[in-house]
Design a protein around this ligand. Structure first.
Ligand code: ACO
Length: 431
């Protein structure tokens, strides 16, 4: 008997099975042989929310939630955030290696030349109400791009894939800025291809009548670091949506639109907005202790937003970097008065037995909203600011899925608990 195996005894039949263990997993399909009778379907696993099921093998992002470690392609997030930039991080996620200088220049050039959108996209944008949520707008616009690039459906063609990956990464800031300008009733600002990825986005957002919008280098850098931190996070809800839709060989625009939809939910990309609202509701530093008491006494109904994580049971490494960066941003924008409330909340929570026992630490969203707000981004745009950099992670994961020979169309099983067969009764005989 192999040491790398699991022996299972089915107490219903007394039969014993040996199942191979590889990379700390067993194959769910190896359980199918376990039956009570020959005509049985075979044993399945039941795992709502995929709490303990690996849906793929991946070489992109590694997380150790107990130790608070996050690496992209083996590189620690701290090093990428401090020494790298978003575009080289996107290249790394997609290609597996950091670019050389010439590879980087060619990549930045490719992204830059794809930033413009077809003029008809503007016509589509006009159809939205003035108060349309920007996440709904960018999800729709991303899906609409599929109709402008019909060859994107050739997902098995590597050259086609690359073309549309470049386009999606290049155009998502343009769509995001157009959505914002639409809601403000402001004219659209076209991309300025002389600027960096982050600076170009800032000028498309905030340029008014000046000939050349001057982006403050500290704010450009801060946004770029936030983009690095949000670029990928392995098999989270939106990435799984991207892979799932992509598994039917839908084009990447439609798959990315679905991923944006998944990110939109308040349990995923919407948490930073909730943190900001919570800090505003608390209102002042002296009310923090009372709020923490309320959280503890609520039995889980009131949550400290921006605290806790399904995977991290330690300080989220991204939150540490963001907290450090906040001071640099506030030097330019002026201190966000909500920061004092946030710091006091963190201080009290990290000393409180309730939070210590449950291993609840600040996550990525605890401080990011304060920075976005100080940079004058409206709260509704926070999830969009998450979607822009996550596009590279979604696409890297999508490409890995397409190239993975073990992948199939994603199609979970169910445990059927409904009625067994029954006969149809005509309407006039039903009582
Ligand atoms: N405030 C207070 N108590 C909390 C919090 C919180 N933020 N998070 C978890 N708990 C408590 C729960 O009430 C539970 O207590 P119990 O054992 O007495 O019942 C215990 O800690 C475990 O919580 P679960 O809900 O089982 O943890 P889970 O892993 O399912 O949830 C989640 C993780 C959703 C992130 C949760 O911590 C939460 O709701 N946090 C606030 C929202 C938030 O910040 N989300 C952003 C996550 S980062 C991202 O998605 C980008």
């Amino acid at each position: 008997m192999s040491k790398d195996s699991l022996t299972i005894t089915d107490n219903r039949t007394g039969k014993t099975y040996e199942v191979p263990v590889q990379d700390g997993t067993i194959k769910a399909m190896d359980l199918r042989q376990i039956k009570v009778a020959a005509e049985d379907f075979g044993l399945m696993t039941y795992d709502p929310g995929f709490m303990n099921t690996a849906s793929c093998k991946s070489r992109i992002t590694f997380i150790d939630g107990d130790k608070g470690i996050l690496n992209y392609r083996g590189y620690p997030i701290e090093q990428l955030a401090e020494q790298g930039n978003y575009l080289e991080t996107a290249y790394l996620l997609l290609k597996g290696e950091l670019p050389t200088k010439s590879q980087y220049e060619a990549w930045a050039e490719k992204v830059t030349t794809h930033t413009f959108v077809h003029e008809n996209v503007k016509e589509l944008m006009v159809g939205f109400r003035y108060d349309a949520h920007p996440m709904g707008m960018i999800a729709s616009m991303t899906a609409a791009l599929s109709t402008f690039y019909p060859t994107s459906k050739h997902v098995r063609d590597a050259a086609e894939r690359e073309r549309h990956i470049n386009r999606l990464i290049a155009k998502i800031p343009t769509l995001a800025a157009f959505a914002y300008r639409h809601s403000m009733g402001l004219p659209y600002v076209y991309p300025d291809n002389e600027l960096s990825y982050a600076a170009n986005f800032l000028q498309m957002m905030f340029k008014t009548s000046e000939l050349k919008y001057k982006v403050h280098p500290a704010l450009e850098r801060a946004l770029d670091v936030l983009f690095v931190l949000h670029a990928d996070h392995e098999q989270n809800c939106s990435t799984s949506a991207m892979r799932q839709i992509g598994s039917s060989e839908a084009d990447p625009y439609c798959a990315a639109a679905g991923a944006i939809g998944a990110l939109y939910g308040p349990l995923h990309g919407g948490a930073n907005e909730a943190v900001l609202r919570m800090l505003q509701e608390i209102g002042s530093r002296d009310k923090v202790a009372g709020f923490v008491k309320e959280v503890k006494e609520s039995g889980g109904d009131v949550r400290l937003m921006g605290f806790g994580h399904r995977v991290y049971k330690n300080y989220d490494p991204r939150a540490k970097i963001i907290k450090k960066m906040a001071d640099q941003v506030f030097e330019v924008t002026g201190r966000n008065p909500l920061l004092d409330i946030a710091l006091e909340l963190e201080r009290i929570a990290l000393e409180d037995e309730y939070f210590v026992k449950r291993r609840l630490y600040p996550n990525v969203d605890f401080y990011s909203g304060l920075i976005y707000q100080a940079m004058k981004f409206p709260t509704e745009l926070f999830a969009v600011l998450f979607a822009i950099p996550r596009m590279s992670g979604w696409l890297a994961q999508w490409q890995e899925m397409i190239e993975d020979k073990e992948q199939r169309i994603s199609r979970p099983r169910q445990v059927y608990l409904g009625e067994s067969r029954r006969e149809y009764v005509p309407l006039h005989r039903r009582v």
